[in-house]
Design a protein around this ligand. Structure first.
Ligand code: FPP
Length: 218
């Protein structure tokens, strides 16, 4: 959800206003995703690197997350979305961890759309955490193949990513789902996240649908 800060700066607003505007994009987008037949959608909300931001911005983001969870989780539940979180939970404030657990429990039986929120998430951290758990489980080298490794990731049932949408024109992966994006297609747009519309989301899907995916073959 990149570009919230720049969106705010261009309007002489505090960065927090950009993050708020970024949240307001979520409902229409998730509705559109559901209608378009998307089965899984992951939002990158807070990376392991985002702790390096000023303390006040980190606090604002955590507060905004709590507020958004309170407001939107019942709404998402009604629409049949199942919410789950990716990332290192232990470093997050207790209130945030509780809200995450509540959201997961409330929506656990839903089946229309899987929404993953990457919160305190880093792709490298995920790979390290998976490796630690493999070692702790005492697996022998022969037992570790790609399938076994993937089963140790934060959410083993996240399917391989088809499409990564990167807003605000950044041409980087930024530690996002490193394992899962091995064969993902990219859609990069200059649009800042708060301006990212359902129309452009559909455009991204159309662009994806028109590509031929060779996955290393011919
Ligand atoms: C990136 O824009 C955005 C973030 C680091 C935060 C995104 C988080 C939310 C919208 C809050 C709540 C989320 C959920 C899912 C409830 P940036 O600040 O890096 O923008 P810039 O690159 O323009 O500075």
């Amino acid at each position: 959800m990149d570009g919230n800060g720049r969106w705010a700066q261009r309007r002489w607003l505090p960065r927090a206003a950009g993050h708020r505007a970024g949240v307001s994009v979520l409902t229409p987008l998730l509705e559109t995703a559901g209608r378009a037949g998307v089965k899984t959608l992951t939002l990158y909300a807070f990376s392991t690197e985002n702790w390096a931001r000023p303390e006040s911005e980190v606090k604002t983001l955590m507060k905004l997350f709590l507020e958004t969870a309170r407001q939107k989780v019942p709404e998402l539940d009604e629409r049949g979305a199942r919410l789950r979180f990716l990332g290192r939970r232990e470093h997050l404030p207790a209130s945030v961890r509780e809200a995450m657990q509540e959201a997961e429990q409330m929506t656990a039986a839903n089946e229309s759309l899987d929404v993953y929120i990457a919160l305190n998430y880093g792709g490298r951290a995920e790979i390290v955490d998976a490796t630690r758990r493999i070692v702790a489980d005492g697996l022998s080298p022969d037992e570790v193949d790609e399938r076994t490794f993937a089963s140790y990731l934060y959410a083993p049932d996240v399917p391989e990513v088809d499409l990564v949408i990167r807003t605000s024109g950044e041409l980087r992966v930024s530690n996002f789902l490193l394992w899962q994006i091995a064969y993902a297609e990219f859609y990069v747009t200059e649009t800042l996240w708060p301006d990212f519309s359902p129309q452009e989301f559909l455009q991204a899907i159309e662009s994806f649908a028109s590509r031929s995916r060779r996955r290393g073959g011919v």
